[in-house]
Design a binder for this molecule. Structure first.
Ligand code: PMV
Length: 366
């Protein structure tokens, strides 16, 4: 079912002069089946599913007050990232808020001030768009609920937040749900949609909902390809059609592994998806090499440790050089001892983030 959220009724009365703020903390996510390739208004070419993280999150406060009756004007916004004005980010957010004027016409009646900060170090090489854009979308839905008494049901609230997050950054659609979320239509996931993410937590084996994710920082430099440019490469990629088919088939293989806690199969798919994403970029025109030599050395170490010990430890990658090491909580002690001895000393400034599957976003009341 296609959703149409355009609503010219969501407009404040002339007598309404609201003033206040709303705050959400929202996590980043790590795709296990990767979304790579889009069309139309941020619609995915293939279904994806991700692990909702916990420690890596963004906290966003949106302050608002009524401006003069100027509904024909654009968005009025000040934005501060980690306490400092951030003009480039402000421009991006302004364009986004203007682009959803049909959904939230009331935004033009307000002056908005956004304060946003990440839990992970700035320039750690951790992608922040999923956490940042989902936190913002959740703040917007809170405003709607507050002003118009709508979105009272949690499911309706989160579905709309996921839809709005998607319009800002595709992968952000999956950050609003606990533990795991799927985005993109797939026959094995009832209710799945290209327009918004759906929760997948209730189907998961306990060893999956308690999964650990150690993020090893290989390089904190900015990416040499933006995700917008990366998705665009798929439009003319020789392997595109096969890749989209593969993602759907892998989803069918992965879902039972998530339900039964089949770590062998889960790990095999997670690693292959990460390498497939990088292989697609390497084989595109222009070609991008986003791993560093150290990424490969760490992959080798992890695979060797797994072969030597038989322990379930696997890796994934985002569109960058940093490694996400995935393992069950039950083996955290042995695996983290290995990481500390054999991997973390090779990370940039020995930086790593001890993350895990997380319970999803949280509204913060001051
Ligand atoms: O949400 P975007 O447009 O930044 O795309 C993100 C794509 C990957 O992170 C590489 C994969 C994914 O599914 O999250």
């Amino acid at each position: 079912m296609s959703l149409d959220y355009s609503n010219s009724q969501l407009i404040l009365d002339t007598s309404d002069h609201p003033q206040g703020s709303v705050t959400w903390r929202s996590p980043s996510n790590l795709a296990i089946i990767k979304y790579w390739g889009k069309h139309g208004r941020q619609l995915p070419r293939n279904p994806s599913i991700s692990l909702t993280l916990d420690a890596a999150h963004t906290t966003t406060t949106l302050h608002y007050h009524r401006r003069e009756e100027t509904t024909t004007q654009g968005i009025s916004l000040d934005l501060f990232f980690e306490g400092e004005p951030a003009p480039a980010f402000a421009d991006r957010i302004k364009r986004y808020l203007e682009s959803i004027g049909d959904i939230y016409p009331f935004l033009r009646q307000l002056h908005l001030t956004i304060h946003t900060e990440n839990s992970f170090p700035h320039s750690s090489g951790i992608a922040s768009s999923a956490s940042a854009m989902s936190a913002l979308a959740l703040c917007l839905c809170s405003l709607e609920r507050h002003f118009f008494d709508t979105l009272e049901e949690e499911q309706a609230f989160l579905t709309k937040a996921s839809y709005l997050a998607r319009l800002a950054s595709g992968s952000a659609a999956r950050s609003v749900f606990p533990f795991m979320s799927a985005w993109g239509r797939h026959g094995d996931i009832a209710g799945s949609s290209d327009e918004y993410g759906v929760p997948y937590a209730s189907f998961l084996h306990p060893s999956i909902t308690t999964m650990r994710n150690a993020i090893l920082i290989v390089s904190s430099g900015t990416k040499s390809v933006s995700s917008t440019a990366g998705h665009a490469l798929m439009e003319t990629h020789l392997y595109a059609t096969t890749r989209y088919m593969q993602a759907g088939q892998r989803m069918s293989q992965l879902l039972p592994a998530l339900q039964h806690g089949d770590w062998d199969l889960f790990g095999q798919i997670a690693e292959n998806e990460a390498l497939t994403l990088h292989a697609l970029m390497m084989a595109s025109n222009p070609s991008y090499l986003l791993m560093k030599p150290m990424s490969l050395q760490l992959i080798d170490s992890i695979r060797k440790f797994r072969a030597d010990t038989g322990l379930p430890v696997y890796f994934s990658l985002d569109a960058g050089p940093n490694l996400h090491v995935l393992y069950p909580e039950s083996h955290a002690a042995e695996i983290e001892a290995f990481l500390k001895a054999d991997c973390i000393p090779f990370c940039e400034k020995e930086t790593w983030i001890a993350d895990r599957a997380g319970a999803g976003p949280k509204e913060i009341f001051n």
